[in-house]
Design a protein around this ligand. Structure first.
Ligand SMILES: NC(=O)c1ccc[n+]([C@@H]2O[C@H](COP(=O)([O-])OP(=O)(O)OC[C@H]3O[C@@H](n4cnc5c(N)ncnc54)[C@H](O)[C@@H]3O)[C@@H](O)[C@H]2O)c1
Length: 352
């Protein structure tokens, strides 16, 4: 067995707990310490995940010389300062999505990584789903031919998380549904297709359901309950067209809330085949022997995608493989998100 890498987690809310469970499953990880500014939550999670060391501040955790790598699982506005501080303390960084609030901060994170000579992996966990993996393989094998268009659809009828809390406060989150959930699927669209050079965007974001907060009707709320004395100043719906020169396009539609049924997929259209990812069954719609045909792709679905993701992070630290999602790819996604928000604000197409 490889040497165990000692890991710390900063921020042990919803996703910090998911990281803790995943590290505890990995033979080459030793979950050494947890950190959170909420003392009750920190104590509760330390007990739950069987971790004896806890720190009330990230500075204290980063000063622990035994820790080699950290997962950063805090609100979006803290990603850049914490990641840069972690690199300055000589740690490897697993950074949850979205990378940060904008592309400029993303570049600063990459510069800090380069100066430290450490590994940075982005939290693009959808890449670790077996269906995304088989579609990427099919694209690389040329079975879809040239991909010229991608549809990204991520619709929640009523799915605003933590109304009034950090998710819906622009200064803390950077935006709403677009930066929170579309970030996964825009990354997935570019990763599966290999199209990494978006050039222009025409987009519009809306805010129709979150404000006034008291009027928002919902069935259940992730990261709730609502804080009616808090803030909602972010998008709950966004749509747009992204151009990749004259070669390809993405249309996207993302909603934290709208009057439509839930949907969640990306669909790649190539001149030899088309495929949807995110719908359960994965079928390449194509032609075989000059006849219209569907190829059904099968795969083993018994995997913990977070454990696979964190396993790749640890392997990269040992020099046994690449990180699962790079900082440079994170910056491209942030540039795209910046351009989408800018296009909406200016009411016209803009350069990425
Ligand atoms: N990959 C995914 O599928 C996925 C899913 C959910 C959330 N996320 C991302 O993970 C991050 C956290 O989201 P969450 O849902 O777990 O939020 P959360 O609010 O449940 O947890 C965040 C935790 O960070 C703590 N915290 C805040 N500032 C801190 C600081 N300076 N130092 C230490 N702790 C601090 C809070 O007290 C809280 O316990 C966000 O960036 C979010 O976008 C990713």
């Amino acid at each position: 067995m490889s040497k165990k890498i000692k890991v710390g987690i900063i921020g042990v809310g919803t996703i910090g707990s998911v990281h803790a469970d995943a590290y505890n499953k990995l033979e080459d990880a030793q979950l050494h310490a947890l950190c959170d500014i909420n003392p009750e939550r920190l104590a509760e999670k330390a007990k739950k995940h069987n971790v004896s060391k806890t720190y009330a501040t990230y500075q204290e955790l980063l000063a622990d010389p035994e820790i080699e790598a950290v997962s950063i699982c805090t609100p979006n506005n803290t990603h850049a300062p914490l990641a840069i501080a972690a690199f300055q303390a000589g740690k490897h960084v697993m950074l949850e999505k979205p990378m940060t609030l904008n592309a400029e901060l993303g570049q600063q994170i990459c510069a800090a990584r380069d100066q430290a000579g450490k590994q940075l992996q982005m939290g693009m966990v959808w890449r670790q789903t077996p269906e995304a993996e088989v579609v990427k393989e099919a694209v690389e094998a040329g079975r879809l031919g040239e991909i010229y268009h991608i549809r990204v659809k991520l619709i929640r009828r009523r799915g605003i998380p933590g109304l009034g809390g950090w998710f819906t406060t622009k200064a803390l989150s950077g935006g709403g549904g677009l930066i929170d959930i579309a970030v996964h699927f825009l990354d997935l669209a570019m990763w599966t297709s290999g199209l990494w050079e978006p050039t222009r965007v025409s987009a519009k974001t809306y805010s129709k359901f979150g404000s006034p907060m008291e009027k928002y009707n919902y069935v259940n709320m992730w990261a709730g309950p609502p804080q009616y004395d808090g803030t909602f100043d972010v998008d709950d719906y966004a749509t747009g067209l992204v151009r990749f020169g004259d070669k390809a396009t993405i249309v996207f539609e993302v909603a934290w809330a709208c009057n439509a049924k839930d949907e969640c997929y990306i669909e790649l259209l190539g001149d030899k085949g088309g495929v949807k990812v995110g719908m359960g069954d994965t079928n390449i719609l194509t032609e075989v022997d000059n006849r219209i045909a569907d190829i059904h792709l099968t795969y083993n679905n018994e995997r913990d995608r977070f454990a696979v993701e964190l396993g790749k992070f640890l392997a990269a630290i040992r020099g046994e493989g690449p990180v699962a999602a790079t900082g440079e790819e994170g910056v491209v996604v942030m540039r795209l998100l910046d351009a989408i928000y800018k296009s909406s604000e200016m009411n016209r197409e803009v350069e990425v």
